[in-house]
Design a protein around this ligand. Structure first.
Ligand code: SAJ
Length: 430
């Protein structure tokens, strides 16, 4: 008999995962407390953007394999994929995990499997989920199986990575891990590695912390390079020709709901030991202000004080519609704090979600003293500088992502600068 799945949380991870299981022939019921999202999903419409999701959702609903509502149902397997954000003091907020676990307790039957996909501080399964699941009265590990199977997919390539990435699955006992592996084999082609729940929790947080620390290193190098008039992007490219070097890319900061958040779980867990991790987080969090100062310095080289800046990009990274923890919004705040006037534009953020946002790029750049690219969307790479410059009194571009071709912009008579290049007015790339 085909297994019935109940997926709690239909966001950037829960919805694609639910749809993937449904497309693999399982009967899936999705749950979200956001009534609007549930209504849209049942009408085969999306509240988030992800390549391939629309077509897969249509298939899942049309085949009768996927339904959604605001309350859980009885199922063989429960997957929890709800947010695990941080509080203003950078401590973990596990209330959504606790509530989601509590919400399934009335429906869980003997033999069920409960899987946590959300990224959490090590020991969350043990300390937050298990106390709730004990309320079922079932013997954990014998009558009720529990595991952590953290998602590892990257927004924009979720479906490709859901299938091809290896998975780390940690059970509260070996049987829980084994049952979870059997389930994911419905679509995972990567290897599924088994361990215990706490190790899986730590592994996932370590992966994102590795990236954060390496981005902080790149950002530190960018600042050093600016001081000695070296183009850090060239320098990193050359260093990475070494077979054992893989320096990440600098930028205006680190955004999203994962990399800017998860390292704090380790800092909270071991405040007296997590030195590098904390410093890296603070380095990356300092980049929006650093970027705003670079913009200010650049403008003052042209004799402009309190200028008008057009920020290109609000999403936290290229080709996604997600503004969570976006560095761009922090750069805007920093620019405003320095007395500058700001407009912003993002082709992926459809509804106006930011007070500085304009509907068209023309509106955003009208009379701007500086264009500041904060997100490497493909649409920005296609921009025609010759056309844009007619809207500006003096065309200046600061590219914080090394996304644009300097030659094209300089040929169109833009003064072109990159974060991490230390280039001065009068110098050209070409
Ligand atoms: N960024 C840089 N420099 C880089 C790489 C990224 O400044 O070299 C910035 C991006 O612009 C963005 C932020 O970091 O603002 C995060 O972007 P990302 O593409 O590195 O990561 P996410 O948050 O989209 O996805 C990460 C992934 N983790 C790793 O690569 C280790 C993904 O596999 C995880 O599943 C995801 O976090 C998650 O959900 O935890």
């Amino acid at each position: 008999m085909q297994k019935k799945l109940c997926v709690v949380g239909l966001g950037y991870i829960g919805l694609p995962t639910a749809v993937m299981f449904a497309n693999s022939g399982l009967q899936v019921h999705g749950v979200d407390k956001n009534e609007h999202a549930v209504k849209l999903i049942n009408n085969k419409q999306l509240h988030i953007e992800e390549n391939g999701l629309q077509q897969r959702l249509e298939q899942a609903v049309d085949e009768g394999h996927f339904t959604a509502s605001t309350t859980p149902v009885e199922a063989d397997v429960y997957i929890i994929a709800v947010p695990s954000p941080i509080n203003p003091d950078n401590t973990a907020n596990l209330e959504f995990i606790r509530q989601a676990t509590a919400s399934i307790v009335p429906y869980v039957k003997k033999g069920a499997l409960v899987i946590l996909e959300s990224t959490v501080p090590p020991k969350t399964v043990e300390n937050v989920m298990l106390p709730e699941l004990r309320k079922t009265g079932l013997i954990l590990g014998e009558e009720l199986f529990v595991s952590h199977s953290p998602e590892r997919v990257i927004p924009g390539k979720i479906f490709e990575e859901l299938v091809n990435n290896d998975r780390i699955v940690g059970g509260i006992n070996p049987k829980s891990a084994e049952l979870t592996k059997e389930l994911y084999q419905a679509f995972v082609q990567g290897t599924i590695h088994l361990t215990d729940a706490t190790t899986a929790e730590l592994v996932k947080v370590m992966e994102n912390t590795y990236r954060d620390v390496n981005i902080a290193f790149a950002n530190e190098l960018a600042k050093i390079a600016e001081g000695i008039d070296v183009d850090i992007w060239e320098a990193i490219k050359f260093a990475n020709f070494h077979p054992r070097v893989n320096i990440h890319t600098p930028g205006p900061g680190v955004g999203g709901h994962c990399i800017a958040v998860d390292p704090w779980f380790l800092v909270e867990l071991a405040p007296d030991k997590a030195d590098i991790i904390k410093k890296a987080r603070l380095t990356n969090d300092g980049m929006p202000l650093y970027t705003a100062h670079r913009a200010q310095k650049l403008l003052s080289q042209f004799g402009i004080e309190n200028g008008k800046v057009a920020v290109l990009g609000l999403a936290f990274k290229g080709n996604v519609d997600d503004m969570r923890e976006s560095p761009a919004t922090k750069v805007i705040e920093a620019l405003q704090g320095l007395g500058m006037e700001v407009n912003s534009f993002d082709p992926h953020i459809k509804e106006l979600q930011h007070p500085t946002q304009t509907e068209t790029i023309e509106e955003a750049i009208q009379d701007a003293d500086l264009l500041l690219l904060t997100t490497d969307h493909d649409e920005f790479k296609q921009l025609d500088p010759a056309n844009l410059k007619t809207k500006q009194p003096r065309p200046i571009m600061l590219d914080t992502k090394n996304a644009l071709n300097p030659d094209r912009w300089e040929q169109a008579e833009y003064r072109f600068f990159k974060l991490g290049d230390g280039k001065k007015e009068g110098q050209l790339y070409s």
